[in-house]
Design a protein around this ligand. Structure first.
Ligand code: NAD
Length: 236
């Protein structure tokens, strides 16, 4: 299936995992990390996206996250998010494993979503977690402590329960579709490769080649919406 003109029909698969990165949301207007307009080109992560920065100046970190919340709140899920949500209705088992924190898969209607890097819309303080769609979000609590964005920042560990659920879905899938990830952020980057061991068909959707492109059976060089449109062409 190396021929890019031979795009399979998503309906021929029973257990599908969509593994998504920032490129999935690029057509919704959410900036990617790297590449043109990438957010870390404008901001120094050491000052805004790590525990040390938060401990030193929580208000400053919240200002930055409120800025990101505002950007994402103004964005809508794109046609690709919509097709993935449709797949979950039409096929027996569909799981989204995402590196994105924007919540756009859920807003499009996807229900089984594992967020490897947390969510811009969830906050935590000790063991307490809260979903909040407020923009701006008032990070300081009534008891004087601060809510922390429930995002995996630089230097943070990924949540063991989220990794476990993701690995289980990937090891049992018969089709893995990786979309819009540069595959350079570890350990997330290596997860899709577990599908290979399980004998699944692997498809990469990305306008550019990535360091793991060779591991895929088929690389569709185009945007998430166009290429998902081809893969899902026969969904009603
Ligand atoms: P990345 O920014 O490193 O790479 C984005 C990839 O998407 C690139 O390979 C690019 O070629 C591709 N791409 C660009 N436009 C595309 C399109 N229209 N369709 C398909 N692919 C397209 O993103 P990453 O690999 O997800 O990097 C890691 C980190 O970025 C993650 O940790 C994630 O938490 C964080 N992040 C998330 C968001 C979000 O929630 N939307 C936004 C920025 C960064």
């Amino acid at each position: 299936m190396r021929d890019p003109d031979t795009v399979p029909d998503i309906r021929d698969f029973r257990r599908v995992v969509f593994f998504t990165g920032a490129g999935m949301s690029a057509e919704s207007g959410v900036p990617t990390y790297r590449g043109q307009g990438g957010i870390w080109k404008q901001y120094d992560y050491a000052s805004y996206a790590c525990q040390d920065a938060f401990d030193a100046d929580p208000a400053k970190v919240w200002d930055f996250h409120n800025y990101r919340r505002k950007l994402v709140a103004a964005c809508e899920p794109n046609a690709g998010h919509g097709l993935i949500a449709r797949c979950e209705e039409a096929l027996p088992h569909v799981t989204v494993v995402t590196q994105n924190i924007d919540g756009l898969h859920q807003r499009a209607g996807s229900r089984t979503v594992h967020e490897l890097h947390g969510s811009l819309w969830r906050v935590r303080c000790g063991d307490e977690r809260l979903l909040s769609f407020d923009v701006p979000f008032e990070g300081r609590r009534a008891d004087g402590r601060w809510w922390r964005p429930d995002i995996v920042w630089f230097g943070d560990a990924l949540r063991a329960d989220v990794i476990q659920a993701s690995v289980e879905a990937i090891e049992r899938c018969d089709l893995l579709v990786s979309i819009g990830t540069s595959a350079v952020v570890y350990p997330a980057a290596q997860l899709p490769l577990l599908a290979r061991r399980a004998g699944a068909t692997m498809i990469e959707i990305n306008p550019d080649e990535t360091p793991v492109s060779d591991a895929y059976d088929l690389c569709l060089r185009g945007t998430a919406t166009d290429m998902l449109g081809r893969l899902c062409r026969n969904l009603d």
